[in-house]
Design a protein around this ligand. Sequence first.
Ligand SMILES: NC(=O)c1ccc[n+]([C@@H]2O[C@H](COP(=O)([O-])OP(=O)(O)OC[C@H]3O[C@@H](n4cnc5c(N)ncnc54)[C@H](O)[C@@H]3O)[C@@H](O)[C@H]2O)c1
Length: 243
Amino acid sequence: MRFAGRRALVTGAAGGIGQAVVAMLRAEGAQVAASDRDSRAVEADHHVDGDLTDPTFADALPGWAEVLLGGLDIVINNAGVITRGDITTASDADYALTMGVNVEAPFRICRAAIPIMARAGGGAIVNISSCWGVRPGPNHPLYVMSKAAIASLTQCLGRDHAHQGIRVNAVCPNEVNTPMLRSGFAARGFDPDKAVEDLNASVPIGHIAEPEEIADVILFLASDAARYMCGACVEVNGGKPVI
Ligand SMILES: NC(=O)c1ccc[n+]([C@@H]2O[C@H](COP(=O)([O-])OP(=O)(O)OC[C@H]3O[C@@H](n4cnc5c(N)ncnc54)[C@H](O)[C@@H]3O)[C@@H](O)[C@H]2O)c1
């Protein structure tokens, strides 16, 4: 029960990784406020749903979580969108959505959560970047840029707020078996099960990540076991480099 008495806000709570994080935090004693566009199907202590591209919603979210939970010790900035295709196919709307969800919302949430955590003597924030945020993959410039920005923000905040007992770190996964990945295959006309099977063969450890394999590292970074980690971007890739 590593998280007994801890209060956590998880965004993207209805997604593949988010659902695993919420369930695993709660199984280890945390009280969790789940946030997504609609997280009602996810078992959680509270639901704070809305659209993260709405600045008013993103600004208010940590404060609402603090009120509902009676405090705020952990924030997991997990919500994300992926926009595919090279830059010539990227619309203004693609740019605004990608930067809005993947960068601006975590910026707003961190900005609001840090003073709350500082008043309470500390806390932990875990951002979800990507291995593509550290080294770019092909044909996803908007997504790659947004994930590099959140990795960089993590390094800055990890350094700036360690003195307040606030640890900010990021997880950088390679491929994870979630709706984000599977919907990409479906959109390109592939059978997602077959495509995941083919992808498994490209990973040295033998399979792409299941959400729980990423959530385990997120929980580690949120836990006291990572008490000396500040501003780290942890790659979780089964041995598969970005090529
Ligand atoms: N799946 C992968 O291969 C992979 C790899 C590296 C990093 N990631 C990152 O992991 C995180 C979780 O992704 P996932 O794979 O579980 O994807 P997912 O699509 O299953 O979940 C993402 C969640 O974010 C929510 N969300 C998106 N836009 C929102 C908005 N405007 N307002 C509120 N909520 C919104 C969605 O509703 C969804 O539930 C993302 O940040 C993603 O970029 C995923």
